[in-house]
Every structure is written in C-alpha cells, then in structure tokens.
Design a protein around this ligand. Structure first.
Ligand code: ATP
Ligand code: MG
Length: 622
C-alpha cells in the first residue's frame, strides 16, 4: 500500500515538476521576449537621442553598452535600407543583415518592437529610430540564447533539487507511516488471522502496542476484546463443566431428547436404569430401550412438553428388565429445554428409580399383613391352649378309666399324643411371636428344634431326610428370636430349593470365626442337596429384594439374616453348586451350604444389649 502511495507520489511529483518546468520556461521565454523588445526600444531611444544631439558616435557607444547586457547576444543599428552602421556582434566584421531581417524591414511599424525568429532559433527585436518624424534607421537586438539556456538549466536544477527534497521527504514520510501505520496494521492482521484459525488459543495475545496513535488504540481495544472473549469463554467453559459434572454425578437419571424423541445426551445413572451403555443411547428412541407400554407413556409425556412447553411431573412408569433384570418403577418428570426464549429445542427427562421404594412399600404391606397374621395366630394359639389343656386332662381321665376296653384306651392314647402335638405347635407359635427384647444365653438345640418342627409339615411332604448334628448342651448369648429367624430363613430356603427325597443337614458346634480365628463362638451350617445357585444369583442373594421366587419370595430373608448376623458381630458365607455346574463335574451333585458364625462373647453381648436399650429408649421418647 505504502509502495503504491510512494509510486503515486513520485508520478505526481514528476508531473508537477514537468508542469513547473514548462511554466517557468514559458515565463522565461515571455520575459525574454518582453526584455528584448524593451532593449530594442531602449537602444532605438538612445540612438534617437544621440542623433537628436547631433552626436552619432554615441549611437555606437549605446550599441556597445547594449551588447554588454547579459541577455543580449548582439546589438546593432542599421540605416533604413538595412546597412549595419553599428554592431557589437559577429556582424561587426560582416555588416550586412540576414535575408530574414531584410525581409522584415518593410513591415516594421513605428513605435512598435517588431520581433522575429532567426535561423538557429535566435530571437531578435527591431525598433525603428525616428527623429522629427524621419526614419533614420533601426535598432536591432538579438537575444542571448546562452543566457536563457543558463536560466533553463538553473530552473531545471532548482526543480531537480526540489524534486529530490520532495522524494526524500516522501520516503521519510512513507517510512514513518510504515512504522506507525503499516507495521501495527500487519500485527493486527496477523492477530486477527490467528484468532480466526484457533479461537481457543490466546497465547499470541495481548498484541504488542508499539505506536501511540489511533492504530495503537485500535490494537489495545482489540486486545481488550480478545481478553473479554477469553474471559467469557472461560466462564462458559466453567458453566459447561459444572453442567457436565452435574450430569455425570447427579444421583438421578438425566436424559435429553430432541423433537423426534431421539436421545441427544444421557448420564450414567440413566444408562444404568435402562441397562444400555451411555454411548448407545445417542440417536436411539425410547422404543429402542423400554417396553412398549412404558414407551407409550414417556413419549406422550415428552410430546406434551414440546406441544404445551410445560413440564410434566412425577409420572410413574413400570416395566421389567434393565440392568437389574427385574421389575422396576421409575418416577419420571419431563421439562422443556429452551435454547432461545422462543424455541423449545429439547425435552429434559429426569428419571428416579422408585423400584426400591415401591418394593419397600409392598414389603411393608406384606410384613404388616404377616404381623397381623402372626398376632392372630398367637391369639388363636393362646385361645386354643386352654381347651387343649382341658382335652388333654379329659383324655388322661378317659385313658385311666378302669373298664375302658383296650382298643378305646389305645385310641385315647393316640388322641392324647396328637393333642400334645397340637399343644406343642401352639406353644411354638406363641414363642415365635413373643420374642424376648433382651439378649440372653439361649440353648441352640431348642431354637433349631423349634424351627425344624415349624417346617415339619413341608419336610414330611417332600420326604426330606433331615440330619441334626448338634449338642443339646450348646448355648450362645444372643437375641434368641432373631437367631431363630436366621435359622428359619436358612432352613426355609433349603426346603424351597430341595426336591423330594433330598437331604437337609443342620449342624452346630463350637468353633472359631473363619475371618478372625482368635474369636471363639458357635458355627452353624444348613446344607441341602437342592437346586443350588448359579454364580450370578449367588452374587446378589444378600441384597434386599433379590429373589428368584417370583410370586412367593420377597427377597428379604437373607438380607435380614445378614443384618442380624452382623448385629451379633458374626459372619455368614455360602457355598453352592448349581445343577449345571454339577452336571459339568463328575461325581458331584447340586446343593448349597450356608454357614453362620456367632461369637460367644459376653462383652459384645453387653454392647448389643446397651445399644438395644438405647434404641428402645429413643423409640419410646419419640
Ligand atoms: N439354599 C438355597 N438354595 C438355592 N437357592 C437359594 C438358597 N437360599 C437362597 N437362595 C436363593 O437366594 C434368593 C434370596 O433368598 P432370600 O431368602 O433372601 O429370598 P427369598 O427366599 O427369595 O424370599 P423370602 O425369603 O423373602 O421369602 C432366593 O430367591 C434363591 O434364589
Ligand atoms: Mg428366603
């Protein structure tokens, strides 16, 4: 740009110099013409005066003087016929006029300088000399071209000097402009280009401000703008990171869908709920992931959000499958996501896994029912107890009747035996319901026997062979009711898993904790030859609500048992072989062994008694 400016400057300077030179030369020529005319007239007047004074020799003097004038090349005076009378030039030796001069003589006017151009580009003016109206001759003055050339040279020199000064000044100006305009502009241009190619990279900024002019101000403003953009971008990045971390770590399922109800983004919790990896959600619809009934409901909700631009809250969705491969319940809310105030671009979906809550509610309902049934059973047992006592007494009296025939006595004995069994069952039922609230030293055989007698009916109907291996003297300090519940759950599960004519082993002995051999206590084992468990079932059995017994199980038995064992500072473990595993290995059969260790430790017993008392006091206070 500056180079073209400089070129333009030089061009205009050249033109200007040319014009100036031409004008100066024209002016010089005009002035030279005027001067020569004046000098011819002056010579004519001097000659006139000399003739008037009768001093013709003065004319020669005047001619000589005129000849000394710097602009005069030649001065001469001729008679009217054109004969040179006085001359100071070369014609002094050749006193004749040139043909052109002779030709002019007839046209010479009075009181006028008559000028002509001679060969060799010489100028000459001639003025007539009159005395008393008589033409006495002509005064001729020839211009000194040399002088004029000198003048022209001088003009040329001045113009050249002026031009050179102008060019140097222009070059300096261009240099200054280059430093103060072009250089900063190119810095600005480089900065803008770098920013355009890599908007995130601000390492080139701030741009150096080397000048203090408007362009310097412009660069400073540009730097401020870039800094403010970087700040805004950092703010935006912070917000995005915040949103990302919220999305990643929120303990609720979050998903965003577009108007075609395709997922554009989901978090891990949502992916866990659907059982499909996060990346595999993108571009897919609810129909690809959820059962049809749930899909219909959620799609209607999302459609409503897009249509009405209003949120939908707490929609209960039920389905089956997902990662946990069991029935689930979600609480779902959907809300509009606007990218501009006028446009709802996405629908946000919040999904809460309410399966546990739902199962809890169901379990609560069921345990309420069980509690009611238990209370009812206890009160029935209690009410049955009195008449039973009476029947037992009556049968005793009947059996001791002296004249009772022998078969009748035998029937009475049998009836008495059965009534005693009924009485035992009612006692067990009552014992089950009335659990002591304090831990106490408890006879284990009593607990195990009571549980086995409770399941006697099912044991009989399955024709299970029960092996009892426990010392009747074994005791442990525990909450008897809770430990009974553990046995009931383990034995109940073993019976559930057993096939007809299977074997059931119940064993108890003094031993040490397998986790901490220093700890002495009682180790129980409940083993069956039932169906066994696959590894993926075994992995989940201690989780609440995990069951493979679809209708009959709540999935709480082992979870509760585990909690009770932990409360007693004990351990529980399982070994199991499923039918498939048993088939794969030679000479092996399926089955499960549960082992429970309860430490027999008076300190721990005191500790749980104290904790129990504290909990009871808190419950009473509230
Ligand atoms: N002895 C066993 N043999 C085979 N599977 C067992 C055995 N004991 C437990 N299981 C498996 O463990 C699961 C969980 O048992 P848990 O006692 O917690 O619940 P449940 O028996 O299904 O239901 P609930 O006891 O609440 O009625 C069972 O559904 C079953 O699949
Ligand atoms: Mg169970």
């Amino acid at each position: 740009m500056l180079a073209s400016l400089l070129a333009l400057e030089l061009l205009s300077l050249g033109l200007f110099a040319l014009l100036l030179f031409r004008q100066q030369t024209n002016e010089l020529t005009e002035r030279a013409h005027a001067r020569i005319a004046y000098e011819a007239r002056s010579l004519a007047l001097q000659a006139n005066e000399a003739l008037h004074q009768q001093q013709p020799q003065w004319v020669g003097l005047s001619v000589k003087m005129m000849g000394h004038s710097p602009t005069v090349a030649q001065a001469k005076v001729t008679d009217p016929a054109g004969n040179v009378l006085f001359s100071n030039g070369i014609e002094a030796n050749d006193p004749t006029l040139e043909p052109a001069e002779l030709k002019l003589i007839p046209q010479i006017k009075r009181d006028t300088a008559n000028c002509l151009t001679l060969a060799g580009d010489r100028w000459e003016c001639v003025y007539p000399i009159y005395t008393s109206d008589v033409l006495r001759g002509f005064a001729w003055v020839t211009y000194d071209k040399l002088w004029m050339n000198e003048q022209v040279d001088s003009i040329l020199r001045s113009t050249a000097i002026f031009g050179a000064i102008w060019v140097i000044a222009s070059a300096i100006l261009v240099l200054i402009m280059g430093r103060s305009i072009a250089q900063p502009i190119s810095v600005l241009h480089r900065g803008a280009t770098a920013l355009m190619h890599a908007p995130e990279d601000v390492s080139h900024f701030p741009l150096p401000v080397s000048v203090h002019n408007e362009i310097g101000d412009l660069i400073e403003t540009f730097n401020r703008m870039v800094a403010s953009l970087a700040e805004q971008r950092a703010g935006l990045n912070d917000t995005l990171s915040l949103l990302d971390s919220m999305l990643a770590n929120a303990p609720i399922g979050l998903a965003f869908v577009d108007r075609n109800k395709r997922f554009v983004r989901v978090n891990h919790v949502f992916a866990d709920l659907t059982g499909v990896a996060v990346s595999r959600h993108l571009g897919r619809t609810f129909a690809d992931l959820l059962p049809p009934s749930a899909t219909r409901e959620v799609e209607t909700a999302v459609e409503h959000v897009f249509q009405s631009e209003e949120p939908v809250r707490n929609l209960e969705l039920n389905g089956e499958g997902g990662k946990a491969r069991r029935p689930w319940t979600w609480l779902l809310s959907a809300y509009p996501v606007r990218t501009t105030p006028a446009q709802v671009r996405w629908a946000g979906v919040i999904a809460l896994d309410a399966s546990d809550r739902k199962r809890n509610e169901e379990a609560l309902r069921r345990s309420e029912k069980l509690a009611v049934t238990g209370r009812l059973a206890a009160s029935i047992a209690h009410e049955i107890n009195n008449p039973l006592e009476a029947i037992t007494n009556l049968l005793f009296l009947l059996r001791n009747f002296s004249d009772l025939p022998e078969p009748a006595r035998q029937y009475a004995t049998m009836a008495e035996y059965e009534v005693r069994r009924i009485s035992e069952i009612t006692q067990q039922t009552l014992r089950f319901y009335r659990q002591p609230t304090q831990p106490a030293r408890t006879a284990l055989s009593e607990l195990l026997d009571s549980v086995l007698s409770l399941y006697q009916g099912r044991i009989n109907s399955l024709d299970l062979h029960v092996e009892r291996k426990y010392d009747p003297e074994l005791t442990v300090f525990c909450f008897a009711g809770e430990i009974r519940q553990v046995f009931a759950n383990l034995i109940g599960n073993a019976i559930d898993a057993s096939s007809p004519a299977g074997r059931l082993l119940v064993r108890a002995r003094r031993s040490r904790d397998w986790k901490n051999p220093a700890q002495a206590g009682i180790r129980f084992a409940v083993a069956d030859t039932g169906s066994g468990m696959d590894p993926d079932v075994r992995e989940h059995i201690f989780e609440a609500f995990f069951t493979t017994k679809e209708v009959t199980g709540t999935g709480l038995g082992l979870w509760v048992s585990h909690e009770i064992v932990l409360k007693h500072h004990g351990s529980i473990r399982v070994r199991s072989r499923s039918a498939a595993q048993a088939n794969a290995a030679p000479k092996s059969s399926s089955g499960t062994v549960f082992e429970v260790f309860i430490p027999d430790n008076p300190d721990f017993a005191k500790e749980i008694a104290a904790a129990h008392a504290k909990a009871s006091a808190a419950a009473t206070a509230s």
